[in-house]
Design a protein around this ligand. Structure first.
Ligand SMILES: NC(=O)c1ccc[n+]([C@@H]2O[C@H](COP(=O)([O-])OP(=O)(O)OC[C@H]3O[C@@H](n4cnc5c(N)ncnc54)[C@H](OP(=O)(O)O)[C@@H]3O)[C@@H](O)[C@H]2O)c1
Length: 280
């Protein structure tokens, strides 16, 4: 394995997969690791970390389930210490906006002595097409406690473009980049854009938080995920993250992708096709 190898934690995830394919296209050797790979990497098992890190010079880190959970800062600190001991020089950490837990984890990286970048992203548009909201979109009704909250959803392709620039351009190191889409949108506005792109109506139904959490539990979602969504919908949509930020332009010199473009591109992949559900 070349000493130039870039480590990607979460190579099958929403952003890691995109970072991996871009680096591959650029001729860069990568090592993607998660619980399902060989070697394996598990944030909850430090014994798996040394083999994953060894021989790599830079890393793109996605934490699971979310960088805001209390144990994340501890894991990031330990990961950085281990990385430094093995010769890894530079870590690009994916983070969120306005989350106390995530900012503690970011600080652990900045304090580590490694070269660093923090990518603070708004909610991903791909949550609608590659994550827990996908099935609801296909069924035509997204039930959320979101109300009139607005969020400038970011396209994961933009996140990957920025992450790759940070990994490959030394002049961008030791800075944080706050990435959002170009316009704050309500969830209802997102459903309109997605309806236009898929050609069938998808509506937003607002429910009280207690009803939402009860439904998630009925669906058998793990309690940790239920708690995480409760925090996200109570804290992050209180207006603190409603503003847009210029990180995509600052890193890439171009504007962030509009949600309508994301929706058209996602629809073209067939991910929202209703036949997918009927076959399942
Ligand atoms: N979604 C959003 O809107 C949003 C917004 C801002 C920031 N973020 C941040 O984005 C990060 C997640 O990035 P992502 O969305 O690109 O990833 P992702 O799609 O959530 O998943 C990445 C991978 O994590 C792996 N994984 C699960 N448990 C693991 C564990 N214990 N150890 C190691 N790997 C594990 C899974 O692979 P295996 O099953 O193979 O292990 C999965 O494919 C989080 O830190 C979150 O804070 C998300």
């Amino acid at each position: 394995m070349s000493h130039q190898t870039i480590l990607i934690i979460g190579p099958h995830g929403k952003t890691g997969s995109r970072v991996a394919s871009r680096l591959k296209a650029a001729g860069i050797t990568t090592r993607g690791v998660s619980r399902a790979t060989t070697p394996a990497f598990d944030w909850l098992d430090e014994g798996t970390w040394p083999q994953a890190i060894e021989g790599t010079r830079a890393a793109y880190l996605t934490y699971h389930p979310d960088l805001s959970v209390p144990q994340a800062q501890h894991h990031i600190r330990k990961f950085c210490a281990m990385a430094q001991g093995s010769g890894l020089e530079h870590v690009v950490l994916l983070s969120g906006r306005g989350e106390k837990g995530a900012s503690l984890a970011e600080q652990a990286l900045r304090d580590s002595g490694l070269d660093w970048n923090v990518v603070q992203a708004s909610w991903f548009a791909q949550n609608f097409s590659e994550d827990f909201m996908l099935d609801s979109i296909i069924e035509g009704e997204l039930v959320l406690p979101a109300g009139t909250s607005v969020e400038p959803f970011i396209d994961a392709d933009d996140i990957a473009d920025v992450a790759v620039a940070l990994l490959l351009e030394p002049g961008l190191r030791n800075r944080h980049f706050e990435l959002t889409g170009p316009r704050p949108m309500t969830f209802a506005e997102c459903m309109k854009e997605i309806s236009n792109a898929v050609g069938y109506p998808v509506r937003l139904t607002e429910v009280p938080m207690e009803d939402y959490l009860a439904t998630l539990r009925e669906q058998g979602l793990p309690e940790q995920f239920v708690t995480l969504l409760q925090t996200l919908f109570t804290e992050l949509f209180d207006g603190r993250n409603a503003h847009t930020a210029p990180g995509v332009r600052a890193a890439l010199g171009r504007p962030a992708t509009d949600f309508s473009v994301y929706a058209r591109n996602a629809a073209a992949t067939g991910v929202w096709q209703r036949t997918n559900v009927e076959r399942a």
